[in-house]
Design a binder for this molecule. Structure first.
Ligand SMILES: [Zn+2]
Length: 149
C-alpha cells in the first residue's frame, strides 16, 4: 500500500500537564518531551482523547489512528484493552492509538454513532476506514495490518 503522507506528525496531550504538543511519531524512539513541562510524551501506549481535542489529535493526525471507544464500567472493553495497548507498542511510530471514554465524550461518540462498546474505529486522513464492534482481537489485528505500512 502506498504511503499517503511523507510526514508523521500528531498533536497529543501531555499525560502530565495536559498541554497539547505536536510531535513526530516516527521519532518516538528519540523520546520526545513536552514543550511545557519537559516530561516524556508517551507514544508506546494509547493517548486519551475527548470531545475538545478529538479534531486536533485524531482527525489532524498524519498517521492512521485507532480509536478505542470504551467506558470504565464495560467488561468487554477491559478485555480488549490489553490488545489495544499491544497494538500501540507494536506499531509505535506508524500508528496513533487513542482512547475515548464515551461517558465523557458525548459529542464525538454521537457523531460516530457509537451504540455498543467497545467500538474500535480506524481513521486515516480524518476519515473512518474501518471499525470493529465488541471483543474481536483477531479482526482488530487485521484492521491495523491493513493501514500500517
Ligand atoms: Zn507536559
Amino acid at each position: 500500500m502506498a504511503v499517503t503522507n511523507s510526514t508523521t506528525r500528531v498533536t497529543v496531550r501531555c499525560a502530565f500537564c495536559d498541554k497539547l504538543n505536536r510531535v513526530d511519531v516516527a521519532r518516538a524512539a528519540d523520546r520526545p518531551t513536552c514543550g511545557e513541562c519537559g516530561r516524556p510524551i508517551l507514544l508506546d501506549r494509547p493517548v486519551k482523547v475527548s470531545d475538545d481535542d478529538f479534531a486536533a489529535t485524531v482527525e489532524g493526525a498524519e498517521v492512521p489512528v485507532l480509536v478505542d471507544f470504551y467506558a470504565d464500567w464495560c467488561g468487554p472493553c477491559r478485555m480488549v484493552a490489553p490488545f489495544v495497548d499491544e497494538l500501540a507498542r507494536q506499531h509505535m511510530g506508524r500508528l496513533l492509538v487513542a482512547k475515548v471514554d464515551t461517558d465523557r465524550a458525548p459529542n464525538v461518540s454521537m457523531r460516530f454513532g457509537i451504540r455498543s462498546i467497545p467500538t474500535l474505529v480506524v481513521i486515516r486522513d480524518g476519515k473512518e476506514v474501518d471499525r470493529s464492534v465488541g471483543f474481536e482481537p483477531e479482526r482488530l489485528k487485521s484492521m491495523i495490518a491493513g493501514v500500517v505500512a
